[in-house]
Design a protein around this ligand. Structure first.
Ligand code: FAD
Length: 424
């Protein structure tokens, strides 16, 4: 029964039929059960949309240990002094109002045979469909000399919360003439323009607080990066001599860091006594997804581009940073977009609701200096077995100040809109 209905909704011509056949596929039980693990950009969106759009016909539980969610998105604007930390903190009250049951603990394992999520207190949550949106885990062993024990000295701030505040405090303590080194991550990673927006915000703070002789060196394992021409133009214009980006062909690669002395060694040079080293390590899907056998050798989870279902288990959907998103970047915008496709697929599978063909969208805005923002984005659809870009756009170098100011207005409007869409 379940399988035939899911086959129905996969074909556009059968959509009307699927709408009529609304009997729950899980007979002999109460309401069908959706469990969502991870209450971030992807998971909170799925939970809220399924609860809202099924009007109580699906029992939705969100498993998330944190009582509030701190957005990584716009955390660079906090670093740059453009936003307060408090403005990044989101409440789960809107999800509860939409009918989502909140279970504030971590999921420790998935029993795929029994279709149960095992929680930190040992209890088990049965599901008919499961959505995983656990975000990323950091590869603590990817930077020689650095590790979990060193993250208080050389912060990553790639998961928002105490690390975000720590990085801000450390930036505020950099003296004029001080050296900041950022270790940028290899692909694929959360928020491709994020490190370079962060460097811009660091330079902004240093310059506007009388520390214009400080220097920021970005050591990158990549030969090119997102919106490169736009960032480099902006650094030249706003922060001449302050930001230096090094491709691996120039730095000859990162060899090691020493958190005790603030030393960073590359093949080409040794940087000593850095006032701040921001290590953004390599990344992979959150452990709960990897340990459930849903990731491939890349460390991320392959999904069906039509509906975000795992390629390893069709009862489980993986959205957000943990998934392999084809041409989409790992962003909150993308996670929210994928989540809506997954929410629709869940309602189709559990209620026989109508499923439209999957369409995805993304835009990533980056602030370079006050009122000077740029963006990159696109629209995406399933094609050739992946989520494929069908249309793209990017800001241009040499744009007017007015256009850049409007782009920043869009950026602020987007944050207000997407947090309302995710959290209600
Ligand atoms: P997350 O939002 O990280 O949510 C994962 C959740 O899962 C967390 O709440 C975690 O506690 C929970 N979780 C993990 N494991 C378990 C478990 N076992 N049990 C229960 N819960 C669990 N994106 C944009 O679109 N625009 C931007 O401007 C932007 N700027 C960024 C700037 C920075 C500095 C960074 C680091 C990121 C930025 N991003 C931006 C990216 C964006 O934050 C992520 O892509 C997005 O949060 C991914 O959503 P997610 O749901 O996959 O993961």
């Amino acid at each position: 029964m379940t399988i035939s209905r899911r086959q129905f909704v996969g074909g556009a011509g059968a959509l009307a039929v699927a709408t009529v056949l609304a009997a729950p596929p899980v007979l002999g039980q109460g309401k069908p059960r959706l469990v969502v693990v991870g209450g971030g950009a992807g998971g909170a969106t799925v939970a809220r949309y399924v609860a809202k759009d099924s009007a109580g016909a699906i029992d939705v539980t969100l498993v998330e240990p944190a009582r509030t969610y701190v957005t990584c998105f716009h955390s660079n604007l906090f670093l740059g002094g453009f936003k307060s930390f408090e403005s990044l903190v989101q409440s789960y009250d809107g999800l509860a109002r939409a009918g989502v049951t909140l279970n504030h603990q971590a999921a420790t394992a998935i029993d795929r045979d029994k279709k149960e999520v095992i929680l930190a207190d040992g209890s088990r949550l049965p599901y008919d469909r499961l959505v995983l949106s656990p975000g990323i885990d950091l590869k603590y062993d990817s930077v020689p000399g650095w590790g979990k024990e060193a993250e208080e000295i050389m912060p990553h701030a790639w998961k928002a919360g105490p690390q975000t505040r720590l990085l801000k405090a450390r930036l505020d303590a950099v003296p004029d003439g001080g050296l900041v080194v950022m270790i940028a991550p290899p692909n694929p990673f959360r928020c491709p323009p994020g490190p370079y927006e962060r460097a811009s915000m660091m330079a902004h703070v240093l310059k506007t607080t009388g520390r214009g002789k400080a220097k920021i060196i970005i050591l990158d394992p990549k030969e090119k990066f997102s919106k490169q021409g736009l960032f480099q133009e902006g650094w030249e214009r706003h922060y001449p001599g302050m930001v230096e980006w090094m491709a691996p062909s120039i730095s000859e690669g990162l060899k090691s860091v020493d958190p005790n002395t603030g030393t960073v060694v590359t093949g080409f040079e040794t940087y000593r006594n850095a006032a701040l080293v921001n290590v953004i390590p390599a990344q992979m899907a959150g452990a709960i997804a990897r340990n459930a056998g849903l990731a491939n050798a890349s460390g991320y989870c392959p999904v069906n581009p039509d509906n975000m279902a795992s390629q390893m288990d069709s009862a489980i959907f993986v959205v957000g940073d943990a998934a392999i998103p084809g041409d989409m970047p790992k962003s909150a915008f993308a996670a929210n977009s994928q989540a809506k496709v997954a929410a629709m697929a869940v309602r189709a599978a559990l209620l026989g609701a109508r499923a439209f063909p999957a369409r995805y969208a993304n835009t990533c805005w980056s602030l370079i200096d006050t009122d000077d923002a740029v963006k990159v984005g696109g629209r995406y659809a399933p094609a050739d077995g992946k989520i494929k870009e069908v249309e793209g756009f990017i800001s241009q170098t040499g744009e007017t100040a007015e256009l850049r100011r409007k782009t920043q207005e869009e950026n602020l409007g987007w944050y207000a809109g997407i947090t309302a869409d995710i959290f209600g």
